[in-house]
Design a protein around this ligand. Structure first.
Ligand code: MN
Length: 235
């Protein structure tokens, strides 16, 4: 007998797939911190020197934080310092626990370009107080993401320009080649923390140049060979 719910279950959050009418159902959103040396330094942190020896730091966003490219989103509450972070996103079609690095890429269905929106003032306050980051990272509409391009089409990008502009002015530029922890290393490490499953999204970190967004801004990001994402902030 199937379960009865006291009210209708919420709709499944999902992400567009390029040239496919079907959508990618989102289970969880994981993010890695400080995965480009220049960004670690701009945040006042020393970058990890040996990715195979040092475990990365992960945080999460709720699945329903995803926003399709082309949307207009509200400027979030409780902040005066909303920041953009352009990121390569890996979308998992398979999961598992304790996945070896050598098998990790088998889990990836495809890749997308995402923006890890951050209430930087709340993050700094949490960090200074030794408190969790949740409300600085996992707020409503905090994960804009473009259409997923399947691995079958683009393979596994390991180099290529990653960039973001605001109102046509370049703010962030880097190269996937500068990731400290590679996508396979991220998946392997994350799968030691929790069991991964189809529908999981992994934001792989941002290059340097993060900065503030204002009401009315148009934010456009691109990852070479992967695709683009664009959102507007409500006036
Ligand atoms: Mn980030």
């Amino acid at each position: 007998m199937s379960a009865e719910f006291i009210f209708p279950p919420p709709p499944c959050p999902s992400v567009a797939i390029a040239q496919d009418a079907r959508r990618f159902p989102v289970r969880r959103i994981f993010c890695i911190a400080l995965n480009y040396a220049a960004h670690a330094r701009e945040m006042g942190k020393e970058p990890a020197k040996d990715a195979s020896a040092e475990p990365p730091f992960f945080f999460t966003k709720p699945a329903d934080a995803v926003v399709d490219s082309g949307a207009t989103i509200p400027y979030p509450t409780l902040t005066n310092d909303l920041h953009h972070e352009i990121e390569l996103v890996a979308a998992l079609g398979r999961g598992g626990s304790d996945i070896p690095v050598a098998r990790a890429l088998d889990c990836v269905f495809g890749y997308a370009t995402g923006i890890d929106l951050t209430r930087r003032d709340l993050q700094a306050a949490a960090r200074n107080a030794g408190r969790p980051w949740d409300m600085s990272k996992g707020f409503d509409h905090s994960a804009p993401i473009g259409a997923i391009r399947p691995v079958a089409e683009i393979g596994h990008p390991t180099r290529g320009r990653i960039s973001l502009s605001v109102n046509g002015v370049l703010r962030q530029a880097g190269d996937l080649n500068d990731l400290i922890w590679s996508v396979p290393q991220i998946i392997a490490a994350l799968s030691r923390n929790v069991a991964l499953a189809p529908g999981d999204l992994i934001f792989t970190g941002t290059p340097s140049g993060v900065g503030p967004l204002l009401p009315g801004d148009l934010v456009e990001g691109e990852v070479e060979h992967v695709g683009s994402v664009a959102v507007s902030i409500e006036k």
